[in-house]
Design a protein around this ligand. Structure first.
Ligand code: AHR
Length: 671
């Protein structure tokens, strides 16, 4: 009998034996020694973040209203009213002809009420493809309104599209000048689904024939750790539960802009929401920048993750498939952008009393400088390598390094694109098939140990090995991470951990995907307005991240033989005296290992794994995914067992599985 543990819950049940005392003849002999090869950097596992797939607006950022301030839209176009719809015959348009609620937000909603109206009239916001209505939650909202002629009341509510009202509030006092109205309400019951809207109405008789302007709406549910302007709780908790230790932001392509002027500008993402103009992000939708620089830094602190700050490096992504069209800032024009980076860094780490940036930060409520060690110059500059090598990299590093000698810089191109010291850190991006990841699981084994350190700043299995099997998924991409992909990522990650003397960090990308509107697949977490799907890749990240050693332990053999699709890395945590053995079986047959230890285990062994649901009716079991409709096809299962001898046991690694075995030992030594 074994103890079966699901994450968070424990049940006792009978499991088929995966370990025994008898060594089968075909078992792989794997010896775990007490020799360490190197210290594992605490930054090894984490994520790259940018607003893509509505990962920020409509995702992690808890704001419920889409297109809340008409940012980045062109008045008069169809798109300007995205997510807004009339209610009971009002005429809606977005205008910049009347002064907006702030200089940063010139657009507002003009609502024209017909001369003859019956009952309440107004408009609705459909949220980010629905709104979650939860009994017991307090929703906090606000909006601006003004009218030359209307002075009546405005009623706001959360309703189902069929008209059931869950929560409502009424305000009064509309006048000629913009006025901010705030409100709170609590739904009397939860809605059965997400097909709900935020409804705003005035009395038809009182408003007949009049024009009312509205601007800058907001509606928040409770947020992660109760932060104002904060994060959606379920998504934040899901990500935090993997305990990432690096957080690369704010892009990705989304830092770069479709043009130089559309780049991500740090100083337009701070301060009052009314002072953030937003921008058209690189992924085709307007970013509110409600999730701005301070929110990102606070989030990294919440995660206890090392921030890796991307700095705009003088290129924009005009057209992703035609690098030749990308605008590049000429050398003689670069200084203003270097100054922008210097100001951004001063804002993050400058002294609150003696620096302009630090004072600004303190005025926004944060006196203490943030932790910042890593600056990445650009994103994927291998697409414009000549100017990066000729002047862009050097200009930024020289200027920032002169002022902040303690900062460390990451380049985004291969060494062969000619970068000189002092760069010692390089970011590689890897999106490929499972077989690519397994083939390259050993790529860092033979990298020179010459001081250069590597960051895998984006990686994911993005296709199957056989793209013809993918049916209607565009560009041969996976819709969701698969078990096969997750096992291949895990195989690759054993190589990263084994070589973590040269690989100091790795960041899975992209992180989030709103299932109703996305630009990139697959992603580690998928969601809609109320549901969350943790993918097989998510669980691999979680298993690797939660089971961290302080030192890599040498094994014999060091890594797998060519013909055996078993990949592993062993580590020891000298704070908890735990040995971890992370193993990926990327094959389609179970594999038995005879695990021999140069040390003794004191207590139970625990094996946590994801593997194919053996009773699943799905064909192609190894390409199985957790999906929005079937989110828990594959979840980690942990089983603890006593072993017959204290220094050896057999373990069967199921076909296409990822397993972390943890073993409690007495202290292995003083390292
Ligand atoms: O992660 C998606 C995109 O892939 C990133 O924005 C870009 O850096 C890479 O090409």
């Amino acid at each position: 009998m074994r103890l079966l543990l699901l994450f968070g819950a424990a049940i006792i049940c009978l499991l088929p034996d995966v370990q025994s005392a008898i060594v089968p003849p075909n078992a792989l002999n794997l010896r775990l020694t007490t020799n360490t090869s190197h210290v594992i950097p605490p930054t090894l596992y984490g994520y790259m973040w940018e607003d893509i797939n509505h990962s920020g607006d409509g995702g992690l950022y808890a704001e419920l209203l889409q297109n809340r301030a008409f940012q980045g839209v062109i008045p008069g176009t169809q798109n300007a009213l995205n997510a807004w719809q009339p209610y009971n015959g009002a005429f809606l348009s977005v205008t910049s002809k009347t002064k907006g609620v702030s200089d940063a937000l010139p657009n507002s909603l003009q609502v024209r009420i017909p001369k003859v109206v019956n009952g309440p009239i107004g408009f609705e916001n459909t949220g980010f493809w629905g709104i979650k209505v939860q009994q017991g939650w307090t929703y906090k909202g606000s909006f601006y309104a003004k009218s030359d002629t209307f002075t009546g009341k405005v009623a706001v509510s959360l309703k189902s599209i069929q008209g059931t009202v869950f929560a409502s509030h009424t305000v009064g006092g509309v006048s000629k000048d913009w006025k901010k109205f705030t409100f709170e309400f609590q739904p009397i019951t939860s809605a059965p689904n997400d097909e709900n809207v935020f409804n705003v109405v005035v009395d038809g008789k009182a408003a007949a024939g009049k024009i009312i302007h509205f601007g800058m709406f907001s509606l928040f549910p409770p947020t992660f750790r109760g932060r104002e302007n904060g994060m959606r709780i379920d998504l934040a908790e899901a990500l935090a539960a993997t305990r990432p230790s690096v957080w690369r932001f704010p892009g990705g392509n989304n830092i770069e802009g479709h043009s130089i002027d559309q780049r991500w500008k740090w100083n337009q993402t701070i301060g009052r929401l009314e002072d953030r103009p937003g921008r058209i992000g690189d992924w085709g939708y307007p970013d509110t920048d409600g999730l701005g620089l301070l929110e990102y830094l606070n989030w990294a602190e919440d995660l206890e993750a090392e921030p890796i700050l991307g700095i705009w490096s003088g290129i924009s992504v005009a057209n992703y498939s035609d690098f030749g069209t990308w605008p590049v800032v000429p050398e003689q024009d670069l200084q203003p952008y270097i100054n922008e980076a210097l100001e951004e860094i001063e804002f993050i780490i400058g002294d609150a009393k003696t620096t302009k940036g630090g004072k600004l930060r303190a005025s926004l409520g944060r006196a203490e400088p943030y932790n910042l060690r890593f600056i990445e110059i650009g994103n994927e500059d291998q697409f414009q390598p000549a100017s990066y090598a000729a002047y862009r990299w050097k200009a930024f590093v020289d200027a920032i390094g002169a002022k902040y000698p303690r900062l460390e810089f990451l380049a985004t191109t291969l060494p062969s694109t000619a970068l000189d010291p002092p760069y010692r850190r390089i970011d590689f991006h890897m999106y490929n098939s499972p077989s690519w990841f397994t083939t390259n699981a050993f790529m860092f084994d033979n990298y020179p140990r010459n001081g250069t350190m590597y960051f895998i700043g984006e990686y994911a299995v993005t296709s199957t090995n056989d793209t013809s099997a993918l049916g209607d998924i565009p560009s041969g991409r996976l819709a969701y991470p698969t078990l096969q992909g997750a096992a291949a990522e895990a195989a690759f990650m054993t190589g990263l951990e084994r070589n973590s003397d040269v690989v100091f960090a790795a960041a899975y990308a992209p992180s989030f995907q709103h299932i109703r509107n996305y630009q990139w697949t697959p992603d580690i977490i998928t969601y809609d307005a109320s549901r969350v799907v943790k993918s097989t890749s998510y669980y691999v990240q979680q298993m690797f991240s939660l089971n961290r050693g302080t030192h890599v332990l040498k094994t014999s053999p060091a890594s797998t033989a060519d013909s055996v699709p078993l990949f592993w890395v062993a580590s020891y945590n000298n704070e908890t005296s735990t040995v971890f053995l992370k193993v990926s079986n990327t094959g389609t047959a179970d594999l038995v290992a005879n695990i021999v230890l140069d040390f003794r285990i004191t207590g139970f062994v625990t094996a946590t794994s994801i593997s194919s649901p053996s009773l699943s009716p799905i064909s192609g079991l190894f390409n199985v995914s957790n999906t929005i409709d079937e989110p828990e096809q594959i979840i980690p299962v942990a089983n603890s067992f006593a072993i017959p001898l204290p220094d050896r046991f057999n373990y069967t690694f199921p076909a296409t599985s990822v397993t972390v075995i943890s073993m409690q030992t007495s202290n292995l030594g003083s390292f």
